[in-house]
Design a protein around this ligand. Structure first.
Ligand code: CAA
Length: 309
């Protein structure tokens, strides 16, 4: 299913056949890269995950295997499907491993300069018709695409965390993105069992334009002493039926990622309502990034995690 409320800039009648995507390269072996590799491999696609850190690659393979086991145990997939999918995943530390890829999905850290330097190093290794999708959660697709040698084959494909569970993929065209690229990525997302929503290329797109200011507001509520961590999260879980409280969700997404998204909104929309909460800034400066660093608004060295305020 596709929820395309606005066909967007640059859309034109289909002039060319969208490329068939069979081989996928994924850049970045973090939580998003692992999740994307997981769903692509289960859909029968050949996947190569590239990360400069060999440790990150072995950790990603362990995570994928653990999450697929969880799906086997809950009868979401068969053990044969898991075994076949794991065989589809390859890893590499060099972009030269992506020479036959039909699509590369970049899921690197949410920093524009890092993404730009990745594209610069990556594109000479790709075949000319290879598409590039960024899983950026907030940065302009038009600007990122313009920094590559193939703006018309560049698109935003924003998965949600945890990727194997969350149904949505936001699809974002840059001003130069062509129709075959858009159609190919839509078809791929549907093959992965996802529902797409098309967002125009505005800062943080749709989900994070709404979700991350809510998390930031929860941090303000904590900062101003409106409530404790437990009171704020319990309020939103039981009072608004959210599966996680906003502070728990911030820890889950990564407080550094939340801060980057607030900065993109603040700078991109020039509106003070998006100013990042000073307490969020302080946590990130302290290296308290949430679950991935073991501490955020909760301390994850305890089971169950303990609120830190
Ligand atoms: N891989 C595979 N399966 C997973 C999984 C993973 N990583 N994590 C959870 N699951 C599965 C479980 O196996 C379970 O499956 P069944 O329903 O078939 O039994 C199901 O998901 C629920 O998991 P749990 O019972 O372990 O835990 P839960 O009920 O507390 O749910 C949750 C966990 C799905 C994460 C839920 O808390 C939730 O939906 N939280 C909100 C997540 C959210 O808002 N994500 C979006 C973040 S924003 C984003 O990603 C965009 C961005 O750019 C920042």
């Amino acid at each position: 299913m596709n929820v395309d409320v606005n066909p967007g800039f640059g859309s034109s009648p289909m002039a060319a056949v969208p490329p068939d995507i069979q081989q996928i390269g994924i850049i970045g072996a973090g939580q998003m890269g692992s999740g994307i590799a997981h769903v692509c491999a289960l859909a029968g696609l050949s996947v190569t995950v590239v990360d400069v850190k060999p440790d990150a690659l072995s950790k990603a393979l362990a995570t994928i295997s653990r999450n697929m086991d969880r799906q086997v145990n809950r009868s979401v997939i068969s053990s044969d499907a898991r075994d076949a999918a794991l065989m589809q995943i390859h890893t590499a530390t060099e972009f030269s491993a992506l020479g036959t890829a039909d699509l590369v999905i970049e899921a690197a850290t949410e920093k524009e300069d890092v993404k730009r330097s990745i594209y610069k190093a990556l594109t000479p290794s790709l075949k000319p018709e290879c598409l590039i999708a960024s899983n950026t959660s907030s940065i302009s697709i038009t600007r990122l695409g313009a920094s590559t040698d193939r703006a018309e084959k560049f698109i935003g494909m924003h998965f949600m965390n945890p990727v194997p569970v969350m149904k949505l993929v936001e699809v974002i065209r840059g001003i130069a993105t062509d129709e075959p690229t858009f159609q190919a990525v839509q078809t791929l997302a549907h093959k992965l069992g996802k529902i797409t929503a098309v967002s125009e290329d505005f800062p943080a797109f749709i989900v994070n334009r709404i979700l991350v200011p809510m998390i930031n507001e929860a941090v303000y509520a904590l900062y101003e002493g409106v409530g404790s961590v437990t009171a704020i999260d319990t309020s939103m879980k039981l009072g608004a039926n959210h599966p996680m409280g906003p502070l728990e969700l911030g820890d889950f997404i990564g407080l550094d990622t939340c801060l980057s998204i607030m900065q993109v909104l603040y700078e991109g929309l020039s509106d003070s309502k998006y100013r990042p909460c000073p307490l969020l800034v302080k946590y990130v400066e302290a290296g308290w990034l949430g679950r991935k660093s073991g501490r955020g608004f909760y301390d994850y060295t305890h089971s169950p995690p303990r609120p830190t305020r």
